[in-house]
Design a protein around this ligand. Structure first.
Ligand code: ZN
Length: 262
């Protein structure tokens, strides 16, 4: 009898444990928000400030989760500050806010330099890069901050590098693979190749010249313009703008009109 009861309790305990495990797997633990994050976002992140208050909480939660999933590594710095972690994560969350389950998981490590850094491979100074082989995103903090300083000049290093990471993440075979709609991406390619050829011919173009380098740079610069000059982007290239809204599942013009109304 004793043995029988022992087995029963053990089994009941195991079932409870399994249920707890399954629950914890399906529902990420709700961790209280760090109040410091909110202050940093409110002070420095234009996109966050423009969000309706209900959406701000979702943004904060995604930032917190992004920080938990990444390893921030200081380079030529003593440490990566909380402000750096929050604002770098906010750039990724801004880009992926319409894609709820996308956290750029392949890129687990983020290297932060104080300024431009010398690459022994390219023998040039860089502001940032994305390395899919090592799962690394690299950023110069000075250039990152400069990108935030003017939210309307279509220069934003954080968004630029995260846009590169997004396209790569979509192609790399892992849990986040293939989240960008294929039909929309094909439509994007047709429209962007048309614009690329205009830039390469030297025609006066809404995007800066570097967008003509290749399709990856074109996409990254399109993202910078999408968030920082949505009105002009939509006026100049309405089809391209609409497709990018659909790809990213968000429309910065709605935030822009919200800002104007408030
Ligand atoms: Zn680039």
């Amino acid at each position: 009898m004793h043995i029988g009861f022992g087995v029963f309790f053990l089994c009941a305990g195991s079932v409870g444990l399994i249920l707890w495990y399954l629950k914890s797997k399906s529902e990420p633990a709700v961790i209280p928000l760090n109040p410091a994050y909110r202050k940093i976002l409110q002070k420095n992140c234009t996109y966050y400030r423009q969000l309706p208050s209900a959406r701000k909480s979702a943004f904060e939660r995604k930032v917190q989760r992004f920080i938990m999933l990444k390893r921030f590594v200081p380079r030529q710095l003593t440490h990566v500050t909380v402000e750096m972690k929050v604002l770098i994560s906010a750039a990724a969350v801004q880009l992926t806010f319409g894609l709820p389950n996308v956290y750029l998981r392949h890129f687990r490590t983020i290297l932060v330099y104080p300024d431009t850094y010398y690459s022994t491979i390219s023998r040039k100074y860089h502001k940032g890069e994305v390395n899919p082989a090592w799962g690394i995103i690299v950023l110069s903090w000075r250039n990152f901050v400069e990108g935030l300083a003017n939210p309307n000049d279509s220069i934003n290093l954080g968004l630029h590098e995260m846009a590169h990471a997004l396209r790569l993440e979509n192609m790399i075979r892992n849990a986040e693979h293939g989240f960008l709609n294929e039909k929309l991406m094909s439509r994007w390619e047709i429209l962007s190749l048309r614009e690329l050829s205009k830039i390469r011919k030297g025609e006066n173009h809404f995007f800066r010249d570097y967008a003509g380098a290749d399709e990856e740079e074109f996409f990254a610069i399109a993202v910078e313009n999408f968030f920082e000059r949505p009105v002009e982007f939509q006026e100049q290239m309405p089809d391209l703008y609409r497709v990018l809204c659909q790809i990213l599942n968000q429309d910065p013009l709605l935030l822009y009109s919200h800002r104007k109304a408030s």
